[in-house]
Ligand binder design. Structure first.
Ligand SMILES: [Zn+2]
Length: 156
């Protein structure tokens, strides 16, 4: 149609920007990660970011890493991808074959969770742990289970 805007952002960029906005909610001082799950009809199913469970007061728990697991943030935080799955209020069947947009390549724990939830594709922004043992395990899980992954870039 005449006059229609054609320079709109792509669906990939749209969902990644939603994930980036979710990451801005993270209280983690070092790593803010966001996730957005979308289906094949370009509908957002869920979003999440790395944080403590809702019922756990994040002012009363550590945000630092420590040798003592009781004082280490990793003991209390749920990753963005897992939160996006857990936050979904619809039927788990809807997640079958859905795409997760994540600002950071999933760790191997999240890779297992995504695979088991039926996620079909991972679209990621950064892969700062590329080549680490955790990253290799994550990619092995995704590869073996037929979950595809691809990187996208988003302009500043
Ligand atoms: Zn993770």
């Amino acid at each position: 149609m005449p006059g229609k805007r054609t320079d709109v952002i792509s669906w990939d960029e749209f969902f990644m920007r939603v994930a980036m906005a979710a990451a801005m909610r993270s209280k983690d001082p070092n790593t803010q990660v966001g996730a957005c799950i979308a289906d094949a009809n370009h509908r957002i199913l869920s979003v999440g970011y790395n944080g403590t469970p809702s019922a756990l007061n994040d002012d009363e728990f550590p945000w630092e890493t420590a040798d003592d697991p009781l004082l280490d943030k990793h003991s209390y935080v749920i990753h963005a991808e897992a939160n996006a799955i857990l936050n979904y209020r619809g039927s788990n069947k809807d997640l079958q074959g859905a795409t997760v947009y994540v600002t950071l390549f999933p760790c191997h724990e999240c890779a297992k969770t995504l695979v088991q939830a039926g996620i079909g594709e991972v679209v990621y922004l950064g892969d700062k742990y590329e080549g680490t043992q955790d990253n290799l395990i994550s990619k092995r899980i995704l590869d073996t289970c037929g979950v595809t992954y691809r990187q996208v870039t988003v302009a500043d």
